[in-house]
Every structure is written in C-alpha cells, then in structure tokens.
Write a protein that binds this ligand. Structure first.
Ligand SMILES: [Zn+2]
Length: 278
C-alpha cells in the first residue's frame, strides 16, 4: 500500500508457534522506500521475502534493486528475510552496534533468546555493513535522508529512523501499545525513548505492529504506551511481593492474568520484561 509519494507499507501476517497446539497470530509491517533505488525499513520474517518481491514487481520494480536495509533491531520479525534479500541484491545493511551480534549470529540469538519457531521466522544471519549511532544521518540517495534516533528500551540497540524533511518516523517496536505482547528490557530507557519521540513532534508514525498514526493521534498514542508500561511495572511489583521466586513461571502467569493478557503469553520471553520492572 502506497502511503506517501515514496513510502510503501507491506503488511505480512504470520504465526508464532508457541507449542504444537498453540500459536499466536501476528502481523508485521515492512516499509519500502521506493525512489531511484529501493530501501527497506526492516524485513519481516523469513517468508516475507516472496511478499516483498511480489509487491515490488507490482510496482514495476525488482527486489534486486534493494540498495539498503535499515534494521530497527535484531528481533526475528524484523531481520527474518534480510539474509535472502541481501543475497540477491547485494544491499548494504544498517543496524545499531548493540544489535549487531544477534543479527550476524542468529544461532547465538536463539541460544540467548529462544523465541518459539525461531528458525522458521529467521532465514539466517546477515552481516551488518554499517553500525549506526544516535543522530547519524543516513544518506539513502540524493535528497533522501533518514536520521537514526536511538530509542533503547524494547531492546538495547533499538532505533527509529526519522525523515526530518517530512517529519515521518519509522518507529519499529519502540512504541508498545496496550494489549500487545509486553517485550522490553529496560523500563527507564523505554520511557526516555518515548519522550525522545514526543520531542521530535513527528507528523506520521509508522510502527512495525500498528496502523500508521497521524499527527492528531500521536500524543495519545505515546501517553497510552507510557501508561501501559507503567501499569505493567506496578502490577509486576505488586505481584512480586507475593512471590519468593520471581524467576518462576507462576510469577509471570500471575502478572499475565492480572494484566488481562491471553494466557498463551505465559512464556519465558516475557520474563525479562517483568524482571525489568522490579
Ligand atoms: Zn522487537
């Protein structure tokens, strides 16, 4: 779907197989900047390759024209098809240094963060050609720049990409909304990153999980995200008082129940989030 004269949204639905009989239905947004060359903000999961290829063909373009991949962070639903796309296009891959290890070594990522169905979601490791830092301007092509905004919290090296000219922010997973799977590593970083986004005063926010958000929705969106995360902190702290072992599955089951989230989310992955609240 064409969003602006050069930004396209490719939405890809997929499932996370939590257990043989349990799965979570999700979708992820991949953004393609189609100009003289093609640039991708994140790459979805491994199977997204054919959807991206098909979409570009419908636009009269070819996946081999992809010149750069900008990764907001290293999680499977963002780096999934990067390896395959890099292979066919020879494109340059950008990511923050704190995410590099997990992008370049997906076996290591899985050993340290065993997302269910990981190897179905990720098509393999890919080399990061450029490590980006806060405020770094990435010159995609003439007249087309994106600024890296370092927004840790969801993960240590999460970044957003910002078009200062058009006030459009590609926010990756930096803005968690109520009811979404609460994945974050550091609560203070997370809320500081929200503040950083607020101060940019973007006119359009393009998130990996959410619908595109226009200027009039953004203040409320950021407020909701902050409240959600603070509520998770309050609930985690309150429940921790009743638990001796905050490493136990029972501990996060109690939190999930209190938050009213689906029980299917009782999973090791969320442990880090809840422990980050204590
Ligand atoms: Zn993520």
């Amino acid at each position: 779907m064409k969003l602006t004269n050069y930004i396209h949204l490719i939405k890809y639905p997929f499932v996370i197989p939590i257990a043989p009989d349990k799965k979570i239905e999700r979708f992820v947004n991949i953004f393609a900047i189609i100009a003289e060359k093609i640039h991708l903000i994140d790459t979805g999961v491994a199977d997204s390759f054919s959807i991206i290829e098909k979409y570009l063909m419908e636009q009269g373009r070819n996946i081999k024209e992809v010149d750069s991949i900008l990764l907001t962070h290293s999680h499977p639903d963002h780096i999934g098809s990067a390896r395959q796309i890099q292979k066919v296009s020879g494109c340059t891959v950008f990511a923050h240094s704190a995410e590099k290890k997990w992008i370049e070594n997906t076996e290591l990522q899985f050993s340290q963060r065993p997302v269910p169905g990981f190897f179905k979601l990720v098509g393999g490791s890919v080399q990061v050609d450029y490590e980006i830092t806060n405020n770094k301007i990435i010159e995609l092509e003439q007249g087309l720049n994106l600024k890296c905004i370092y927004t840790p919290g969801h993960s240590a090296g999460s970044v957003c990409f910002y078009s200062e000219k058009d006030k459009i922010l590609f926010s990756g997973d930096a803005i968690l909304l109520p009811g979404e799977i609460p994945i974050f590593e550091n609560l203070d970083d997370y809320t500081n990153s929200l503040e950083k986004i607020r101060n940019l005063k973007p006119k359009l926010i393009l998130s990996a999980w959410d619908e595109p958000r226009q200027v009039n929705e953004i203040d409320l969106l950021l407020k909701k995200s902050e409240n959600y995360i603070l509520n998770i902190q309050n609930v985690s702290k309150m429940i921790a008082e009743d638990f001796e072992d905050t490493n136990s599955m029972e501990f996060y089951k109690a939190i999930i129940q209190k938050l009213g989230l689906p029980e299917i989310l009782v999973n090791q992955l969320l442990l880090k989030s809840f422990q980050a609240c204590l």
